[in-house]
Design a binder for this molecule. Structure first.
Ligand code: KG4
Ligand code: ZN
Length: 388
């Protein structure tokens, strides 16, 4: 390619929950391939992830998914600098499949192994560029767009090696990270790579988990977040205008936003109970619950809780330069809008395909660990309850 130093390529592997994913990322930023085999349909009948089915499906999918990620990026193991794999937090039986696959590759090729915290993956989804190769599982990658992406990674890598200049669009530190996924709801202050302080977290359910449980009560599908958002959107259509809050559209009893002893913590279990009561009350009076109104009420309460805590955190930390939204719930439209309106700082949201679980973000997190000299041994363990 006519350059002194080829870009550092990392293979990322992710199997912590119900997506089997592999990706190749250049310089921790440019996505060369991003393959995700979702198990959502498999788990839909259960309204949540069925752990045993998940690990069995990972076993079936892991090898073809890794092969596809390498093929799409047009690289071999020889081209890679390291293999990064999620080793926690997540379902132990699922994590094991990815970790063992990564170990096998490293044993066979001599490549270094880097264990990645899934939550760090969500953070580093913000370093990734959608260079046109991101795709939905039904479309094929555009090879003509892949070449410039590699060239850009190469140029940027050469430039930063020459001048120590940071990548032009890396998020600025210090930053406030709001991670909202199926397993986590956390606010953290990040001062630099590997320098993170947890400011608050959920005391009970995670935001995504609350969406999933509420959706199940309303008879909507799994995953529940997109289903709730769609049902709430139908309410806006029914009243023929966008609605900021459900009360404005059709009377629905408001959902409570719980207070917590620590002002930056979250609690969503009360919302879940409130939803159950509303659904039962409707049925007791011989009616079907008003699904879109309840979905809209529930969604706006979750959004209010998330935005309220974020505002408080910003008041306490005026030095914060940007708010980073991460995790599957970051796909939620009303959350993005409300946060952008309330935050008084730039609010950064990754491309949709990088909000939910994927391996590109694991490769990106692995890149920065690799650059800092981190290497793991073949005795790397899965840690289901891994913290920060
Ligand atoms: O990060 P993620 O893909 O997996 C975990 O690490 O948990 O997050 C999945 C969660 C699910 O609970 C799903 O319902 C939620 O993200 N989610 C959404 C939306 N899309 C996905 N929640 C609200 N609105 C959405 N549009
Ligand atoms: Zn996740």
């Amino acid at each position: 390619m006519g350059m002194d130093k080829p870009p550092t390529l990392i293979l990322g592997i992710e199997t912590s929950c119900d997506e089997t994913a592999a990706a190749v990322v250049a310089e921790g930023r440019v996505v060369l391939s991003n393959v995700v085999a979702s198990q959502a349909e498999l788990h839909a009948p259960y309204g949540g992830v069925f752990p045993e089915l998940a690990s069995r499906q990972h076993v079936r999918d892991i090898v073809p998914v890794i092969q596809e990620a390498l093929a799409e990026a047009g690289v071999d193991f020889d081209d890679l600098a390291a293999v990064a794999v999620t080793h926690g937090p997540g379902l132990a039986g699922s994590l094991l499949v990815g970790v063992n696959a990564a170990k096998g590759i490293c044993l066979g090729t001599g490549l270094p192994l880097i264990g990645v915290n899934h939550m760090a993956g969500h953070l580093y989804s913000h370093w990734l560029h959608d260079s046109g190769v991101l795709r939905t599982p039904t479309s094929r990658p555009d090879w003509t767009k892949l070449r410039p992406a590699v060239a850009a990674a190469t140029a940027a890598s050469a430039a930063s090696a020459a001048s120590d200049a940071p990548w032009p669009s890396d998020p600025p530190f210090p930053l406030l990270l709001l991670t909202v996924s199926g397993g986590h709801t956390e606010l953290a202050l990040v001062r630099g790579h590997g320098d993170l302080t947890l400011l608050g977290q959920t005391l009970d359910d995670a935001a995504g988990e609350a969406f999933d449980k509420a959706a199940r009560m309303l008879g909507l599908g799994y995953p529940g977040g997109p289903a709730i958002q769609e049902a709430a959107d139908r309410l806006a259509v029914a009243v023929a205008r966008p609605v900021a809050s459900p009360d404005e559209a059709r009377p629905t009893p408001p959902f409570p936003v719980a207070d917590t002893p620590q002002p930056l913590d979250f609690s969503f279990s009360g919302l879940k109970t409130a939803m159950l009561r509303r659904v039962e009350a409707a049925r007791a009076s011989g009616q079907e619950p008003d699904v879109s109104a309840l979905a809209a009420g529930f969604q706006s309460a979750v959004v209010k809780a998330l935005v309220g805590r974020t505002r408080r955190a910003l008041e306490r930390h005026p030095e914060v330069r940007a708010v980073l939204l991460a995790g599957g719930v970051a796909a939620n439209g009303p959350l993005r809008t409300a946060l952008a309106a309330a935050a008084s700082r730039p609010v950064l949201v990754p491309p949709l395909a990088l909000c939910t679980d994927n391996a590109a973000m694991i490769a990106a997190a692995g890149h920065f660990a690799w650059a800092a000299g981190r290497r793991d041994g073949l005795d790397l363990d899965v840690v289901a309850g891994l913290g920060w």
